[in-house]
Ligand binder design. Structure first.
Ligand code: BGC
Length: 254
């Protein structure tokens, strides 16, 4: 296993994606490998799919995983877009035993944010930076002067009498067959709400719909700039690998 290389895995509602990452440059050193997220997405089944991704790379080293729930001390505390069985599961323990490798896990949007601030559109940005990932849900990562406030879950703010992601996630655009203009207006309202609460200096957009930014860019009317994340849907993989590297360093200096 080459130096500075870590396997990063991003667990999403529809797919589990992995690649080996050079954590010094933030580049993928292999092609991305994807398997569909099992349905139902119960712990055992997902752990098996993660082991499949690990085996595909014949990987025997550190693994970083971005997971779509609040993660505290390796344990999943919520499950909005994944099976409820995950709540209370020690995800790090389960995945370490399924893969036979040391595994570190954090919220998927948090790790995507880590990657964007290190290598992408947020590189070197000070002040309050918020990354919103747009997909089946709305994920968030909040930074002040480069320091992450973990598990911010801004997609679960109460908004318009409902959970914000039930109003403005991409899955809602698809389910309600909203035009890009109709969805873009909803998303703009959501971003304006975030701006009202946090007064961010910059908002980054990640996840699948950040690639379609041209379709709704003209509807975004915030004071702060809003730009698509640079690493697009690789951010989760890259950030997961970076996180694993940061954690081993911490363990070694303890
Ligand atoms: C989850 C978050 C996650 C986001 C994106 C939300 O439903 O609550 O933890 O970051 O989806 O996957």
């Amino acid at each position: 296993m080459a130096e500075n290389q870590i396997l990063g895995i991003d667990v999403g509602a529809s797919g589990i994606k992995g690649a080996i990452v050079n954590i010094k440059t933030g580049e993928l050193v292999t092609e991305r490998f994807r398997v569909p997220t099992p349905f139902p997405s119960k712990p055992k089944a997902v752990a098996k799919s993660i082991a499949e991704v690990t085996n595909h790379f014949e990987w025997k080293g550190l693994i970083g995983v971005g997971f779509p729930s609040v993660i505290q001390k390796g344990i999943a505390k919520t499950a909005a877009n994944i099976d409820k069985k995950w709540i209370g599961t020690d995800v790090e323990k389960l995945l370490s035993s399924a893969t036979g490798c040391p595994v570190y896990v954090r919220n998927d949007a948090d790790v995507a944010g880590i990657a964007e601030l290190e290598f992408g559109a947020g590189k070197g940005k000070k002040g309050t930076v918020i990354l919103i990932t747009i997909g089946s849900g709305l994920g968030s990562a909040v930074f002040t002067d480069g320091v992450l406030l973990p598990n911010s879950e801004l997609g679960h703010l109460k908004f318009k009498g409902m959970i914000a992601e039930h109003y403005a996630a991409d899955s809602i655009r698809k389910r309600l067959e909203l035009s890009w203009d109709d969805w873009g207006n909803r998303f703009n309202e959501y971003l304006q709400h975030l701006e009202f609460i946090f007064s961010p200096d910059l908002i980054l957009l990640g996840g699948g719909s950040s690639k379609k930014f041209e379709k709704y860019k003209h509807l975004i009317k915030t004071d702060c700039s809003v730009i698509p994340a640079k690493l697009l849907n690789h951010a989760g993989i890259i950030g997961a690998a970076c996180l694993a590297s940061q954690n081993t360093k911490k363990t070694m200096t303890r």
